[in-house]
Design a binder for this molecule. Structure first.
Ligand code: AMP
Length: 192
């Protein structure tokens, strides 16, 4: 299996590049943000609880997202592989993901970390907020809170993967196709 973690702060381009990767490598996309938004739209209890946190730029509890990810993996055991987008966002989630994939005799092949400056992130997210309909993209203060949440809780996840030799960094600024080529170089290096 080819299992990729696409990593980076909010607005780094993970969603866009995930779509490109799914097409090229035939992977299943697991975006915990998308799954949570689907729960909100469906009006479930989980969605109502998650919304309170998401509307404030705060991470939802680890056990909630870990359970959601396991459900998708379980339902797709014959997949060629997965691309994890917006997950793991804490070291506890990263450890749980390793344990989970280990139980299916597989693991994370590579973590590709998209590097984008803070100023660029805010500009991109405010731009996206004009069309995405996402309330968390429309308020600069809320964007800054999400970036801070990333720095506090999520950035250490890169060290976790670096420690096990699975971290690859990619410059996340420039034309989308060029960034995609840079990502593919890193992915192909682990598949060849
Ligand atoms: P995203 O679409 O990835 O930007 O996620 C939107 C929001 O959903 C985040 O600001 C968090 O509140 C929540 N969320 C998404 N994925 C996770 C995760 N892996 N762990 C905790 N919270 C998450």
């Amino acid at each position: 299996m080819l299992n990729i973690v696409l990593f980076g702060p909010p607005g780094a381009g993970k969603g866009t590049q995930s779509q490109n990767l799914i097409h090229k490598y035939g992977l299943i996309h697991i975006s915990t943000g998308d799954i949570l938004r689907a729960e909100i739209t469906a009006g479930t209890e989980l969605g109502r609880e998650a919304r309170k946190l998401m509307d404030n730029g705060i991470l939802v509890p680890d056990e909630v997202v870990i359970g959601m990810v396991e459900n998708v993996i379980k339902a797709n055991r014959d997949a060629k592989g997965f691309i994890f987008d917006g997950f793991p966002r804490t070291v506890a989630q990263a450890q749980a993901l390793d344990d989970m994939l280990g139980r299916y005799d597989t693991g994370i092949s590579v973590m590709v970390s998209l590097i984008v400056s803070q100023q660029e992130l805010v500009t991109r997210l405010l731009g996206r907020g004009k069309t995405s309909g996402r309330p968390d993209d429309q308020d600069e203060q809320l964007i800054m809170r999400r970036v801070q949440e990333y720095l506090d809780k999520t950035a250490p996840v890169a060290d976790y993967y670096s420690g096990s030799g699975r971290l690859q960094q990619v410059e996340g600024i420039g034309p989308i196709e060029q960034i995609f080529d840079r990502i593919c170089e890193k992915v192909d290096a682990v598949t060849i």
